[in-house]
Ligand binder design. Structure first.
Ligand SMILES: Nc1nc2c(ncn2[C@@H]2O[C@H](COP(=O)(O)OP(=O)(O)O)[C@@H](O)[C@H]2O)c(=O)[nH]1
Ligand SMILES: [Mg+2]
Length: 321
C-alpha cells in the first residue's frame, strides 16, 4: 500500500483521496494500523459536513436525484461527496459505478467526488467502512456527504446509523407494500421525498404526499424533528430548492441534537469494532475454537443447557486468556 500524503488529501487532490479511501476500505489486516493512523489525522478536519443518507428502491431515481441535488448544492458553493453502501449485486443494479452515467454532469464537477462502493463488499461486518470513508472525504473539504443505499438487507439501517439525516425517495402512487418499502424505514426517515412529480405522474405524486403525510402521522417519532413529506422532480430539477430549505431548517433545529446523534453513533461504532475485533482475535485461537465448537454441539444435541455451555465458555476464557 503506497504512502498516503495527507496534505494532498487536504488539498482535495482526487488521486490522494481515492488512495486514502482504498486504504481505509482494505480488508487486509496489515493495512488496519496505517488506516487508523490516517483516520487520526483526518479526525480534527472532519465533522463539518452535513451527512445525508439517501435510500429508495432501485429505479426510484436515486442517481438522478443525487445528480440534480448535487448540482444544486454546488451552485450554492458547496462541495459534495457521494458515497454508496450497496450490496453490489447485479440483481439490484450493482454499485453506483454504472450510475455514474446518470450522474454525468455531477461527476465532471471539481466540487463533486463520487465514490462507488467496492464490488462484493459485505454489509454489516468490519468490511463496511463507509463511516471511515465519510471522515476521510470530510477532511478533504467536502461539506455535504450523500450516502446512497439500496433498500436491501440491513443497509438502510447501516446508513441511518452513520448519517445526520435520513431521506427516503418514493415513487408516486402505490403503497409501501407495493414498493417493497419496509415500515421500519419510514420510522427512521426524516424526509420522505416523492420523486418523479412531473408529467402525468404529477397528480399522483401530490396524492402520495397526502398519503404519506397521513401515514407518517400514525408513526411514533422521537426526537427533535417531525418528519416531512415533499415532492420533487429530479428529472426537471423541481422542488430541490424547497427541499434544501427544509433540510436547512432540520440542521438548524438539530444544532444540539445532531452532535448528540453523532456522539451516539461514534460510541456504537466503537462497540461494534471492539466486539468484532475480539471475535476475530478469538477465531484465530484454535484451542478456543475447538472448545467453543464442542460446547455448541453439546447444546444442539440437547446434552447441556445453553446456560451451562455459556458458563463453561466464559470459564475457559477466564482461565486461558
Ligand atoms: N419522469 C421522471 N423520471 C425520473 C425522475 N428521476 C428519475 N427518473 C427516471 O427513473 C429511472 C431510474 O432512475 P435512477 O436514477 O437510475 O434510479 P435509481 O435506481 O434509484 O438510482 C431513469 O429512467 C430515470 O430517468 C424524475 O424526477 N422524473
Ligand atoms: Mg442508481
Amino acid at each position: 500500500m503506497p504512502e498516503i500524503d495527507f496534505s494532498a488529501i487536504r488539498n482535495s487532490e482526487r488521486r490522494a483521496l481515492a488512495k486514502a479511501i482504498t486504504l481505509v476500505e482494505s480488508t487486509n489486516p496489515r493495512h488496519r494500523k496505517e488506516a487508523a493512523a490516517l483516520l487520526e489525522q483526518c479526525l480534527p478536519h472532519s465533522g463539518q459536513s452535513i451527512r445525508i443518507g439517501i435510500s429508495g428502491v432501485p429505479g426510484v431515481g436515486k442517481s438522478t436525484f443525487i445528480e440534480a441535488f448535487g448540482l444544486f448544492l454546488i451552485g450554492l458553493g458547496k462541495r459534495v461527496g457521494v458515497l454508496a453502501v450497496d450490496p453490489s449485486s447485479p440483481l439490484h443494479g450493482g454499485s453506483i459505478l454504472g450510475d455514474k452515467t446518470r450522474m454525468e454532469k455531477l461527476s465532471r464537477k471539481t466540487d463533486a467526488f463520487i465514490r462507488p462502493s467496492p464490488a462484493g463488499r459485505s454489509l454489516g461486518g468490519v468490511a463496511n467502512r463507509t463511516r471511515e470513508v465519510i471522515l476521510v472525504t470530510e477532511s478533504a473539504g467536502f461539506d455535504v456527504i450523500l450516502v446512497e443505499t439500496v433498500g436491501v438487507g440491513q443497509s438502510e439501517y447501516e446508513v441511518h446509523s452513520m448519517t445526520d439525516l435520513f431521506l427516503v425517495l418514493i415513487q408516486p402512487g402505490g403503497g409501501d407494500e407495493l414498493q417493497g418499502i419496509k415500515k421500519g424505514i419510514l420510522e427512521v426517515a426524516d424526509f420522505i421525498v416523492i420523486n418523479k412529480a412531473d408529467g402525468d405522474a404529477e397528480r399522483l405524486a401530490n396524492q402520495s404526499v397526502v398519503h404519506y403525510k397521513n401515514a407518517m402521522g400514525y408513526l411514533n417519532h422521537q426526537g427533535f424533528w417531525t418528519p416531512e413529506v415533499l415532492s420533487v422532480s429530479s428529472l426537471e430539477q423541481r422542488g430541490i430548492e424547497a427541499l434544501w430549505d427544509r433540510i436547512s431548517a432540520y440542521c438548524e433545529a438539530g444544532t444540539e441534537a445532531i452532535p448528540e446523534r453523532r456522539t451516539g453513533q461514534a460510541s456504537q461504532w466503537f462497540e461494534r469494532l471492539l466486539s468484532e475485533g475480539i471475535a476475530n482475535h478469538l477465531d484465530e485461537n484454535a484451542t478456543w475454537v475447538d472448545f467453543y465448537k464442542a460446547q455448541k454441539k453439546h447444546v444442539t444435541l440437547g446434552q447441556i443447557s445453553p446456560t451451562q455451555a455459556a458458563i463453561s465458555c466464559i470459564d475457559w476464557l477466564k482461565n486461558n486468556l
